[in-house]
Design a protein. Structure first.
Length: 130
């Protein structure tokens, strides 16, 4: 496989959207690039990732992630919109992700509002193990 900085930054953004841990992801990327003697492309990956993230932060697109299509109710969506976001009014994209389990995740301009059952279970696990 031929790696390009744009391809790698796209994969990183996708993994981050799916909730990957930044430290673990960074470590795995470093080890992967090192194993292929490709550490020299790290500055280009950083540059490509910065450009991609700038686009996300300036975008007026809001992603609403729910577990099932049946979780999407216009009244609920309106409540979520009014509760979390002010002007300018974003364009909403709804995505189905079974790993959410229930509730919702709202992503807008680099901010994440996680009100999912998955997040609540992880938070509870963290409290119990602390």
């Amino acid at each position: 496989m031929f790696l390009t900085p744009k391809l790698v930054s796209g994969m990183l953004i996708e993994k981050l959207h799916r909730g990957a841990d930044v430290a673990e992801l960074s470590s795995a990327l470093y080890k992967f690039l090192e194993s292929y003697n490709s550490l020299h492309i790290l500055p280009a990956i950083h540059s490509s990732l910065s450009r991609a993230l700038d686009g996300i932060y300036q975008s007026n697109i809001c992603e609403l992630v729910v577990a099932r299509e049946t979780d999407i109710d216009e009244d609920v969506v309106e409540i979520i919109k009014s509760k979390h976001l002010e002007s300018p009014k974003p364009e909403y994209h709804v995505r189905i992700d079974d790993s959410v389990l229930g509730g919702y995740i709202l992503r807008y301009r680099g901010l994440v509002y996680d009100n999912s059952v998955k997040y609540k279970l992880l938070a509870l696990r963290h409290k119990l193990l602390a």
